[in-house]
Design a protein around this ligand. Sequence first.
Ligand code: SAM
Ligand code: SF4
Length: 331
Amino acid sequence: MELEPLKDGHGRLIGDLRVSVTDRCNFRCQYCMPAEGLPWLERDEILTFEEIARLVGLFAAMGVHDVRLTGGEPLVRRDFPRLAAMLAQIPGVEDLSVTTNGYLLERHAEALVRAGIDRFNVSVDSLQRDRFFELTRRDALPQVLRGLEMLAQYPEAHPIKINAVAIRDFTEEEAIPFAEFARRTPYEVRFIEFMPLDADHAWTADQVLTGAEIRAAIDAVYPLEPESREPHATARVYRFADGNGKIGFINPVSEPFCGDCNRVRLTADGRLRTCLFSLNETDLRTPIRDGADEAELERIIRAAVWRKELKHHVGEPGFIQPARSMSAIGG
Ligand code: SAM
Ligand code: SF4
């Protein structure tokens, strides 16, 4: 089945779908979740594997070629490798990736690689155990690093990316250790600017440590050279001038990349979101469970995508933080 490409009302072609497979998580990162967690969705509120595969198939028929599985923590969803295998077989899905906190990677890396996951992003915010604990509220750095080592054994999983959220008065101390980590390991480290998607609604603009600031601090010690930017890439990637590794910066707050955005998101409860910062979402679960056919679902998806936001308004007067926080959207 091949359908018309999926396009928004500003002429952007949609090629990338982020699928949240669960809102639950085994971590409580300060910039994402409250210490006590959130009220989790009930089991029957969450899309089944078959429902997810059906929607991914429809998006793929409309030209979506990149699918990223996220959450919450995707690896806590029971039988997650089975879902990965189902999605890997869908015609048109060229790049199937996972974003994970890495805690369960030691156990599941092999099954996920075998299932057909092409790329992994592992979130690590500090390379010091006590500071990792402070930020994630879990004393889990050694376990995450063991998971990374396990994953690194599979050549087909490379390049492995490490994502670190950059927060002022915290991440400055991490910049050089992460640069050295990127230089001595096969991992590409990327810093992501802190966004107003925290469940505590405590974000303020002055807490954003910008990519430019971190880059300058690293460049002063280990000179950097820019790599050319690939279309739709969120990260600005630099190589170390002496050829040892790469480092990237995802700067949605200081240098928004909305004009080039080709992404939409599906939440664990089957809502389509056309921007991380959307204030509206479109329910796909109800029509699916009411028996909508492919043509009807296609019509609903196209209508929602047509209204995709031109840009986000973070940092502008009147910005409204969405009710859902990052773990409930699917980052
Ligand atoms: N639990 C998995 C993980 O942490 O990798 C996947 C879901 S998590 C919501 C996806 C990504 O969003 C992670 O890299 C996390 O660091 C990032 N994230 C969460 N809250 C954020 C925020 N307020 N600003 C920027 N990035 C955030
Ligand atoms: Fe969980 Fe990921 Fe949010 Fe941390 S960032 S609380 S690991 S969903």
